[in-house]
Design a protein. Sequence first.
Length: 247
Amino acid sequence: MQAVILAAGIAKRLRPLTDTTPKCLLNVGETNLLHRTIDNIIENGIKDFVFVTGYRENMIKEYLERNFTEINKIILTNPDYENNNNSYSLWMTKEYVKGEMLLLDSDILFDKGIIAKLLNSGHGNCLAVNFTEKLDAEQIKVIVDKENKILEIGKEISIEQSIGESIGIEKFSINYLMELYNILDRKIVKENNVNEFYEASFQEIINRNDAGNSIYSVDVSEYECMEIDTAEDYYNACNLYKNKKGN
């Protein structure tokens, strides 16, 4: 299995914190988000990585080379990161992923148990969901059936019908990825649709109702997890870490 970490974005909502530093290299406590993410993945037995970088990528590359000599890593450059979205970064990995994938955004503060729960879920295709009623319009929400198979995913879906928020950690089989990359190829190469969240392509596969490519939600609400989108998110994460360390 390979871990794909998307770290190309410019993180405008975190300015001025990201004026000179990519978001994934912001420290929470004594360690940055990217380092914590990689450690969590390694502790779950995965040592093959694909990174997609863009904004201030030299800082990320230098950090990886200095701190993670023991992992197998491929580092790809998203050259137009200011004008495209994470679907484009994911599409860039298609020639480099050879089997199952663990997909992660690089701006998540999370417990390593979340990865273990996905790996041990019994599902070929699944994503980590914080089951909660505290939802808003900006979150990637999910609606599921009684078996927790995902029926809808996205920002625009009904808050009332959603069971929680997708936190940005997914596991996919090679068969699912073949279908996903075909969709991304069509959208990006033929339609020039480069500014889209990758969940839109997940939804296209869901709509085909192909049982072999069903994707399931895995409840990870027992674990701490925070997505860092704004300065408020970042300071909340720092305070959470400080309070936890002090106990």
